[in-house]
Write a new protein. Structure first.
Length: 503
C-alpha cells in the first residue's frame, strides 16, 4: 500500500558514515530532550520571576503576560508549520535551522535591555520548539525499533512534562535570588549542545512528499487560531471580560480554529489527519489530553498565586512546595513504559484524569494554615495526572494513524491541547482575582475546574464505551513497518449504531 512505501522511504534514511552518532539511541534521546526541554521549563518558570523582569526590563505585567501567551501561541503554530514544511524539505535541514534559531532567540532574550527584544526572543523560542517537536520526536519513535519504544515513551513523558514540573523550582530560585540572564544563558548553551548532537546524529532523509503544495488554508488559519486567542487572554491582565480587546480576538481565533479542523477534515490530502483520527480511541485520547493539560496549567497557576498573595510566601518557597510534581511525573512515566504495548493505555490515561480530579478536590481544603501540607499532595497528584493523562492520550492518537502521519498527528494534538491548556488558565485566574477576595475567587475557580474535570471523567469513558471500543494492545510491528495502524479504532458511536433497529 502507498503508506507502506512512504514509510519505508522515511524510516530508511541515507545514513552517511561522516555522521558519527547516526543511529545511536542515546544520541537520539539527547537530541529530543535538548530540543524540547529548555523551552518547556520556561513555560512554568517565568511566572515566578515576573517581578524581577518588570524591574530590570521596565516591563508591565501585560507585556510579560503577552510575551508568555504569544510564545505559547508560537509553540502551537510551530508544530503545524513543521508538519507542512517537513513534507517538502529534508527534516535534517529543518532541525538544524530550528535548533540554530532557538540558540539565536535565546541570545536575544538574555541580552535584552528592554521588553521588545526580550519578547521577540521568547516568542521565537516557542515557535522553534513547536517545530522541533514534530521534527525530533517521530524519528526517535520510528527508527529505534520496538524494543526501545517503552524507554522512548518514558523519555517523551519526562521531556514533555518532567521539565514543565521543574519550571516552578527554577522560576522560584530566579524570582528570589535573581540571575535570569544566567538562566537564559544556560538555555542557550543547552540548545547549542543540542545543535551539535543533532548535527552528528540526525541522519539525512528524503522528504516524504517533495512535490506537495503549500497549504494556503491551513497555515493562515493556524496563525489566527493561535495568535488571536492568546493575545485576547493576555489582555485580561490590563482589562476585563467585557473589553472588545478580549472578546474579539478570542471569538475570531476560536472560529478560525474550528474552520481549520473542518477544512482539514473535508480535504482529500489534508496537512493534518483530522478525518482519520476522528474515531473513538484517538478522539478520547485527544480530549483526555486537552482536559488534563488545561486543568494542570490552571490549577498550577491558581496555587502559585495563592501562595504568593494569600500566604505571602517567597517565589523560592512557592516553587519548592510545588516540586513534588516531579515525583508524580516520574511515576507516570515508568508506568507508561510498562503498559504502552499492552491494552492498559486507555486505563492509564483515565487514571491521569482522575488524579487531576482528586487534586482539584484536595485543593478545596486549602487554607493559609495548611499550605505546606496540602500543596505537596496536590503537586504529586498534578504531576502524575499530567504525565499519565497527556502522553498516553498523545500515543492513542499516534497509534491510530499510519506511522508516516505521526508528525502531523502530534502537531494536531499539540495544537488543540495547547489551545485548551493556555487559554483556560488565564481566564480562571482573572476570574479569581476580580472577586471580592482572592481566597473566595480561588475557591470558585477550583470548584469550576473540579466540575469540569469530574464531568469529563464521566463523559470520556462514555464516549469510549459508546464507540464499542475494547482495550487491546497496539500492533506495533505493523505500525512501525507502515503496513497498518497500531489501533483499529471503531467510529464514534458504533455501539449505538449496531444496536439501533433497522427500519
Amino acid at each position: 500500500m502507498p503508506e507502506a512505501n512512504i514509510n519505508s522511504r522515511f524510516l530508511t534514511p541515507r545514513v552517511f558514515t561522516s555522521l558519527p552518532l547516526a543511529g545511536n539511541y542515546a544520541a537520539a534521546i539527547t537530541l529530543a530532550l535538548l530540543a524540547l526541554s529548555p523551552f518547556l521549563v520556561l513555560t512554568t518558570a517565568l511566572s515566578l520571576f515576573q517581578p524581577v523582569l518588570m524591574e530590570e526590563l521596565s516591563a508591565s505585567r501585560f507585556q510579560l503576560q503577552l510575551t508568555s501567551g504569544l510564545s505559547n501561541a508560537g509553540y502551537a503554530f510551530g508544530a503545524v508549520a513543521a508538519a507542512d514544511l517537513f513534507q517538502r524539505i529534508p527534516a535534517r535541514h529543518l532541525y538544524i535551522f530550528c535548533e540554530s534559531g532557538f540558540v539565536v532567540s535565546s541570545v536575544l532574550a538574555l541580552s535584552a535591555r528592554e521588553i521588545g527584544l526580550f519578547m521577540a526572543g521568547v516568542i521565537l523560542q516557542g515557535l522553534f520548539t513547536g517545530m522541533l517537536l514534530v521534527l525530533a520526536l517521530p524519528p526517535l519513535i520510528l527508527t529505534q525499533g520496538i524494543h526501545q519504544l517503552p524507554t522512548t515513551s518514558a523519555v517523551i513523558s519526562i521531556g514533555l512534562f518532567g521539565m514543565v514540573t521543574a519550571g516552578p523550582v527554577i522560576g522560584g530560585l530566579i524570582g528570589t535570588y535573581s540571575g535570569w540572564r544566567l538562566l537564559y544563558t544556560s538555555i542557550a548553551v543547552l540548545a547549542a549542545i543540542g545543535l551539535a548532537v543533532g548535527t552528528m546524529a540526525f541522519a539525512p532523509n528524503e522528504p516524504p512528499a517533495k512535490g506537495a503544495r503549500f497549504d494556503w488554508t491551513a497555515i493562515p488559519l493556524a496563525v489566527a487560531a493561535t495568535a488571536l486567542p492568546f493575545f485576547g487572554v493576555s489582555w485580561l491582565t490590563r482589562g476585563n471580560f467585557s473589553d472588545w480587546e478580549f472578546i474579539a480576538p478570542v471569538v475570531v481565533g476560536i472560529l478560525a480554529g474550528m474552520l481549520l479542523l473542518v477544512s482539514q477534515y473535508v480535504k482529500t490530502t489534508p496537512l493534518m489527519p483530522v478525518r482519520i483520527i476522528s474515531n473513538t480511541l484517538p478522539v478520547t485520547g485527544t480530549l483526555n489530553a486537552m482536559v488534563v493539560g488545561a486543568a494542570f496549567t490552571t490549577l498550577l497557576e491558581l496555587v502559585e498565586v495563592y501562595m504568593l498573595q494569600v500566604s505571602g510566601y517567597s517565589p523560592v518557597k512557592t516553587g519548592l512546595l510545588i516540586a513534588p510534581e516531579i515525583g508524580g511525573i516520574v511515576v507516570s512515566a515508568i508506568l507508561f513504559s510498562k503498559v504502552m504495548s499492552t491494552r492498559l493505555t486507555p486505563y492509564l490515561a483515565l487514571s491521569g484524569l482522575l488524579s487531576i480530579v482528586a487534586a482539584a478536590g484536595v485543593l478545596l481544603a486549602l487554607t493559609p494554615s495548611n499550605v505546606t501540607t496540602i500543596v505537596p499532595i496536590v503537586a504529586i497528584l498534578l504531576g502524575y495526572g499530567a504525565g499519565a493523562g497527556v502522553v498516553p492520550g498523545l500515543f492513542l492518537a499516534g497509534f491510530s494513524v499510519y506511522s508516516t502521519q505521526l508528525g502531523p498527528t502530534f502537531a494536531l494534538v499539540e495544537l488543540v491541547r495547547s489551545e485548551a491548556a493556555f487559554l483556560i488558565g488565564p481566564v480562571l485566574v482573572h476570574l479569581a482575582v476580580i472577586q471580592g477576595s482572592f481566597t473566595g475567587g480561588f475557591q470558585l475557580a477550583v470548584e469550576i475546574m473540579l466540575a469540569f474535570t469530574g464531568a469529563s471523567a464521566i463523559v470520556l469513558p462514555g464516549v469510549f464505551l459508546l464507540g464499542g471500543a475494547r482495550p487491546e494492545p497496539p500492533d506495533l510491528a505493523g505500525w512501525l513497518a507502515g503496513t497498518s495502524t497500531g489501533y483499529h479504532s471503531p467510529p464514534l458511536g458504533s455501539a449505538i449504531r449496531k444496536s439501533a433497529p433497522t427500519p
